[in-house]
Design a protein around this ligand. Structure first.
Ligand SMILES: Cc1cc2nc3c(=O)[nH]c(=O)nc-3n(C[C@H](O)[C@H](O)[C@H](O)COP(=O)(O)OP(=O)(O)OC[C@H]3O[C@@H](n4cnc5c(N)ncnc54)[C@H](O)[C@@H]3O)c2cc1C
Length: 399
């Protein structure tokens, strides 16, 4: 059994470790932080494609025990006028799966706990600082001085990946997209909406969306524009709440009321992505997930494609004659798809920041995209209809 060092215990890491185990490898997970350090309050959506990837590992139902289903979504203009009807989210999938909303930290904890149940060792407080290819082995070096040898190393260490830098010291870093991410939460605020309905509003100056759960708690997300990336102190400034209220002044949508009533607002953070990383692998090391292709949170798909990555990588390695062939097959299968998802994230942000004419054009095409059958206009379901057949052999080698 090939010993695999999986660096990063976020989302891609545990999924990859479980997929590799199923494919006959012997993975160990190394996470930089302590187990209790992941409690970030933000919520996230998992699309049908992410649940499909989890299904390959019998994880979808386990993950779905957290959070709630989001059966419909709708878009609105800044006047409060509907641009679409309620779009059933299962229409975006290939098999009737609805989008699922849950707390990010619940997803992290559930995936790690499940990995442990399946006998995968996880070592916490292990920050990778370096790694070297040594013949048909790889040696990982951690901040505490420990060195560990494996047959291959998977870098699932997120947006600021150290493994990416080890593979290619000239690799690009994240790109700031000109807007910030603001998240808030409020308890017991019934809006009269069906539980789980995603309501998305194109304000004149700022995008806003919210969802109410079954206990009338609201989670919301907004994208205040800021041309240059603010520093950490600025992002923590409580004055952001007033700034958000100013951005929604004059819009006829529920954003301002919800923000005023908000009980928990997380510090803002920059909206970034990572469009093209030229080298994903070198020797016995490879990067996946945000380390290789971070997606703007605006598209709500980074976690789902990170989970796809882990499952597809395990399949490619299972079916390839060599590690090099497996890595090459993985890149051949994945690159176009993930880069298209990253591009969609940037496109969404540009769409959120249009002037009056651009807004009219966007609203027209958006309404049409969800009305017309796919083929007439860009099919908005392409991202979530992705399917992985675990049993089908992967044969796209380029070596
Ligand atoms: C606020 C927010 C909202 C989002 N909403 C959505 C959403 O609704 N839907 C969606 O699909 N996606 C969403 N995303 C994107 C999604 O969270 C990411 O795409 C996803 O987490 C990527 O998973 P990952 O495992 O590649 O990276 P991460 O989840 O970032 O995990 C990386 C892990 O590696 C660890 N690590 C880092 N460096 C080292 C090191 N040197 N050594 C060891 N360990 C290390 C980190 O501590 C972390 O645990 C959102 C992102 C953000 C920030």
């Amino acid at each position: 059994m090939l010993r695999t060092l999986v660096i990063g215990g976020g989302i891609a890491g545990p999924v990859t470790a479980m997929a590799l185990q199923k494919a006959g490898f012997k993975p160990t997970l190394y996470e930089a932080f302590d187990r209790t350090a992941e409690g970030v309050g933000a919520f996230m959506n998992i699309g049908a494609n992410g649940l499909d990837a989890l299904d390959c590992l019998d994880l979808a139902d386990i993950v779905r025990k957290n959070g709630f289903d989001t059966p419909v979504m709708a878009f609105y203009g800044h006047t409060g006028r509907r641009l679409t009807g309620d779009i059933p989210t299962n229409r975006l999938s290939r098999n009737g799966t609805t989008i699922h909303t849950l707390q990010r930290s619940d997803l992290y904890i559930t995936l790690r706990d499940e990995a442990v149940k399946r006998g995968i060792p996880i070592e916490y407080g292990k920050r990778l600082v370096d790694a070297t290819n040594e013949g048909d082995k790889v040696v990982a070096v951690f901040e505490d001085g420990q060195q560990v040898e494996g047959d291959l190393l998977v870098g699932a260490d997120g947006l600021h990946s150290q493994v990416r830098k080890v593979i290619d010291p000239a690799a690009p870093g994240p790109r700031y997209l000109g807007v910030l991410n603001a998240f808030g939460y409020l308890r017991g605020y019934p809006t009269g909406e069906a539980p789980g309905a995603i309501r998305m509003f194109f304000g004149r100056k700022c995008f806003f969306m919210y969802t109410e759960d079954h206990a009338s708690n609201i989670v919301w997300y907004a994208n205040p524009p800021r041309p240059t990336e603010p520093g950490a102190a600025d992002l923590r400034d409580p004055a952001w709440r007033d700034e958000l209220l100013r951005l929604f002044e004059g819009d006829r949508m529920p954003a301002a009321d919800i923000i005023r009533a908000t009980t928990d607002m997380a510090p803002l953070f920059p909206n970034r992505d990572l469009p093209t990383v030229r080298r994903w692998h070198r020797g016995r090391m490879i990067i996946i997930g945000d380390a290789a292709h971070a997606v703007s949170p605006t598209v709500g798909s980074g976690a789902s494609i990170a989970m796809e990555d882990g499952v597809v990588l395990a399949k490619c390695l299972r079916d390839a004659p060599t590690i090099a062939a497996g890595f090459a097959a993985y890149e051949a299968v994945r690159r176009d798809r993930v880069e298209a998802v990253v591009a969609q994230g940037k496109y969404n942000i540009e769409g959120n920041m249009r002037g009056p004419v651009g807004r009219t054009v966007r609203n027209f095409f958006l309404a049409r995209a969800f009305r017309k059958p796919p083929g007439k206009v860009k099919d908005p379901t392409w991202m979530q209809k992705h399917h992985i057949d675990w049993d089908a052999k992967e044969t796209r080698y380029t070596v």
